[in-house]
Design a protein around this ligand. Structure first.
Ligand SMILES: [Zn+2]
Length: 176
């Protein structure tokens, strides 16, 4: 499909359909369901192009949403800031979302993990903890971080603790 040819209304519709399929309870930590990804990515690509040609608050705001759904927080923050700067009146909803996204971005940064890594860690812990009970350490988490060449396992564990993951079973229930 030639995304460059798509207009704003079609791109927004594409994104809305993707959102309907995404099954995301909260945008904060979960990647959208696989079935939703093609539509969301098509919308994202098109909106990035469109924002350069038709730089309106509404286009940037919609682009911010598409970036946010895919957990691209720095890009989402940037797009929303652009939308706010182009708005005649500062919408309190925009400002609230911006603060929220900056918080999420900081959290991800502190974790040093990509959303997809966190997903994979969750699946790993699920399997391990079925086989044996949690021994109140980060044994399985740590082994996974090392096996997957996460650059700073100690930082990642610190970040996981900051969201309530004080041992393997708590990482599974609170962090992934
Ligand atoms: Zn535990």
């Amino acid at each position: 499909m030639n995304t460059q040819a798509m207009d704003f209304a079609s791109l927004r519709a594409e994104l809305q359909q993707g959102l309907a399929l995404s099954k995301q309870g909260s945008y904060e930590r979960r990647m959208p369901a696989k079935a939703a990804l093609p539509k969301i990515r098509t919308a994202l690509k098109g909106l990035r192009v469109l924002a350069q040609q038709q730089s309106t608050a509404e286009v940037w705001r919609t682009l911010a949403l598409a970036e946010e759904v895919l957990l691209h927080y720095p890009a989402a923050v940037e797009a929303l800031q652009k939308a706010i700067s182009l708005s005649q009146h500062h919408d309190r909803k925009d400002l609230k979302r911006l603060a929220q996204m900056k918080g999420y971005a900081a959290k991800w940064n502190a974790l040093g993990l990509m959303p997809s890594s966190l997903d994979a860690l969750g699946r790993h812990l699920e399997c391990q903890l079925v086989e044996e009970h949690c021994d109140h350490t980060h044994r399985h988490t740590e082994a996974w971080l090392i096996a997957n060449s996460i650059k700073s396992p100690a930082n990642a564990i610190k970040g996981l603790k900051s969201v309530g993951g004080y041992c393997d079973c708590e990482v599974l229930s609170n962090a992934v």
